[in-house]
Design a protein around this ligand. Structure first.
Ligand code: NAP
Length: 497
């Protein structure tokens, strides 16, 4: 695929908003980047956010029941522990409150431009700066471009004939309408991933009838949740205690990473726990049979829930496993010709993770576009830099996802690496640029793909992989290995100047 390169499009000097750093996205990673810039005494940055509020994925995914699926002590920044968590597995509003607290405390809010969607970003080679345009035609000019849109920002609607014709209320979990009226309605939910497992129990409480359309059953483990009481919160105010709790969960989840390794004790233990959980939650043998995954444990993202499976066994809930044929104005028809009449349809069908950042045009050196560089699936060096795209830093970029622990553990070293790199550029002069060497980039991705080939994640369809089968979302190793690679970079792998 080739396309005419766009010329950099500097606006008139008066209309151009010039900053040292332009951050795209006000989610966890954008927020972390902004805080660390502030802490380093760098105040010349702007965050552009297309939504009207802070939170990124936590702003978008406000469906009933949304909560984090790792223990909350690991779902906060290491430099900002949160002694206010109400439960071990915090609900979405608590996480949003935590993010608002961080934004206020570090003076970030005034740097955010909400409701601003970027249309294109072009690297101006002569100036060594990024020229960025918003959909509304505003023009920004920045030395560094930080893309912190994350892998789970582009909602994916299912490709089902007739979907548009549905006459009732149609919702996507990642674009939830808080006014959705599901009380006493006949509701259909398409999808049975982590999101569906969280919203199905809540929707079942409101709906008169709930039909869950399952294409593939998933592995479900118990969620070791509990409310935090006043004593927990008092203890959490001690830095020593909160570090110890964080350290404890870090190690527990890293142990869980072994569950992805063929033949490991952890794998046998976790698989047995999932089978036990299913037996305890679902008494009906026929229903249970439909809920046994047809793929190896851990191939898709594991689900942690204490009420999803038991909800499916409720009398007003039906699990439909037949292929969906099409949607009609009144409901969903399966391949056996049966129509389920519905008043509302919830698509918990996930995200487009294989065409990262495809909603904007990003053009690097030599007029090369990111979409062209990523024609076979997104790639980066250690998830942060891309050869041919100088002064661009990705947060939670390709192959930095984890199936087992908190993404925040990956965000913090990415931010620190980017800050160190920016400092090197500043020291190298006005129009200097920072770019990973092409051969380093290529070799890294070859090794990465070789490690992922034949791994547990290669045995099923999931948001971790492209249609061609390439695993583009996941880091294959343990957290320590990833963090070490970024904390102690070999700077000769990059070109600066
Ligand atoms: P997902 O894991 O990609 O699940 C999408 C579901 O929709 C799957 O069950 C899929 O079936 C089904 N689906 C897609 N297209 C379909 C079609 N045309 N017909 C029928 N079914 C269709 O998406 P998700 O549940 O939103 O979760 C995505 C990720 O977000 C998670 O893995 C997790 O990392 C993250 N998440 C995190 C939290 C948290 O607490 N931090 C909460 C929710 C989600 P197939 O399996 O057959 O493809």
């Amino acid at each position: 695929m080739t396309s005419e390169p766009l010329a950099p499009h500097p606006g008139t000097a008066a209309a151009t908003q010039r900053h040292e750093v332009l951050i795209l996205g006000a989610g966890m990673s954008g927020l972390c980047m902004a805080i660390q810039l502030k802490k380093a005494g760098r105040h010349d940055f702007v965050i552009l956010e297309q939504s009207t509020g802070l939170g990124g994925t936590w702003w978008d995914n406000r469906y009933p029941g949304a909560h984090v699926d790792v223990p909350a002590p690991l779902y906060c920044f290491s430099f900002e522990p949160n002694p206010r968590w109400q439960r071990r597995f915090a609900a979405a509003p608590e996480i949003q409150a935590y993010m608002a607290h961080c934004a206020d405390k570090y003076g970030i809010t005034k740097h955010i431009r909400f409701g601003t969607r970027i249309s294109d970003a072009v690297f101006d080679e002569a100036a060594g700066r990024w020229q960025v345009r918003s959909a509304a035609g505003e023009h920004f000019d920045a030395r560094f471009f930080v893309c912190s849109t994350g892998p789970l920002s582009q909602a994916r609607w299912p490709d089902i004939p007739g979907l548009e014709s549905f006459a009732g209320q149609r919702l996507h979990s990642a674009r939830w309408d808080p006014r959705a009226a599901l009380q006493g309605r006949r509701v259909g939910v398409i999808g049975t991933g982590s999101t569906a497992a969280q919203l199905v129990p809540e929707v079942a409480k409101a709906a008169a009838k709930l039909v869950v359309f399952q294409r593939t059953a998933n592995w479900v483990l118990p969620r070791m949740d509990r409310p935090y009481n006043a004593l927990d919160r008092a203890l959490a105010r001690s830095a020593l205690y909160s570090r110890a709790v964080r350290g404890f969960w870090y190690r527990v989840l890293e142990w869980g990473r072994r569950g992805f390794d063929e033949g490991s004790f952890a794998r046998r233990h976790m698989t047995a726990a999932a089978h036990r959980h299913l037996r305890r939650q679902v008494a009906d043998r026929a229903l249970r049979d439909k809920l046994v995954p047809p793929y190896p444990f851990g191939c898709k993202r594991l689900i942690y829930s204490n009420d999803y499976l038991s909800t499916l066994a409720q009398p007003h809930v039906e699990l439909v496993t037949g292929t969906i044929s099409h949607v009609t104005p009144g409901g969903i028809v399966t391949a056996d010709g049966r129509e389920q009449a519905l008043d509302a349809l919830v698509c918990a069908t996930g995200f487009d993770t294989t065409h990262l950042m495809s909603s904007l045009l990003v053009q690097g050196r030599g007029g090369r576009r990111l979409a062209e560089a990523w024609a076979d699936g997104p790639e980066a060096y250690r998830g942060v830099t891309v050869a041919g795209f100088p002064n661009l830093f990705l947060m939670l970029g390709p192959n930095t996802g984890t199936g087992h622990t908190s993404t925040l553990l990956y965000i913090e070293p990415q931010v620190q690496f980017a800050l160190d790199a920016m400092q090197r550029v500043r020291e190298a002069g006005e129009a200097a640029r920072f770019e990973v060497k092409a051969e380093v980039f290529r070799a890294h991705n070859e090794v990465l793909q070789a490690r992922l080939e034949g791994s547990v994640w290669s045995h099923c369809r999931s948001w971790y992989r492209t249609d061609g089968g390439k695993i583009v979302a996941l880091w294959p190793g343990f957290t320590d290995e990833y963090v070490r690679g970024l904390r102690r970079p070999a700077w000769d792998e990059y070109r600066v100047g």
